[in-house]
Design a protein around this ligand. Sequence first.
Ligand code: RRO
Length: 310
Amino acid sequence: MVVKMDAQIANVKFDGLFINASGVHCQLNNDLDELQANTFVAGTVTKSATLASRPGNPRPRYVDLAHGSINSMGLPNQGFDYYLNYALTRPSKPVILSVAGLSVAENLKMLTQIQESSFDGLTELNLSCPNVIGKPQLAYDFQATEEILTAVFSFFKKPLGVKLPPYFDLVHFDQMAAILNKFPLSHVNSINSIGNGLWVDPVTESVVIKPKNGFGGVGGAYILPTALANVRAFRMRLNPAIKLIGTGGVTTGADVFAHLLCGADIIAVGTQLQVEGPLVFERLTNELAAIMDEKNYQDIAELRGKLKTL
Ligand code: RRO
């Protein structure tokens, strides 16, 4: 049986469910092109950009772990113009332009450039990078989040979403959703890596990444329950017009199915894309299709957000 997998965020139609998570397989044009050419990829997110290019943090800065990953990449990227140019000239499928300025002013500058360009895709403001030394994750400061969104939406008229860090308290879901609902956001991308985890190698009796004395963002299977909780909690609280990109912990079709039940519109894959390469998207599609077939679902729309409680 053929199952229907598609989605729409603002005016952007996705023919399929899967995108890369920002940061993985998306720093260079070639990587983005490879994803764009993959039948099982519905769109691509660019590496979060700063105005100027950055080499990022010293290595080792990414390590695969038994059930996920830890990273402190430190925003290595080619600079904003590179990704805007990519988005304007190369792709055939939707592009989400991710921006992560090192200050509010820098974010406003990049967004002004997007506003003034002919880019007609989705923009995503990354409010949750855990790895830039001396820069706290902005979306953990609720007042600062409201202030930046107020400044942005005073001039930005194109579809714009935000990438959020995980929250762990129901009151924080309430408070953040109340702020987000004040703005015409196209989407919320939930979650970024769980910030400032630590891995210890018992053989070397040492941390495994160099920056920040070993502290870094945790991704992969470790974070699936937190990701599902965040997608579900925000779906229950956000205006229906604000769509959700479910990111975090996807390694199997069953994980995708769970994200969809929690309310994800499309699914981003990070650590498992790093581990397995772009072939992961065909495997996940086939595994999800098998589950849907088994359960007699023909369209994602029949199950999206339909999580049952006991
Ligand atoms: O580049 C990074 O270190 C990084 C970023 Br911008 C982010 O948003 N999330 C992450 O885990 N790493």
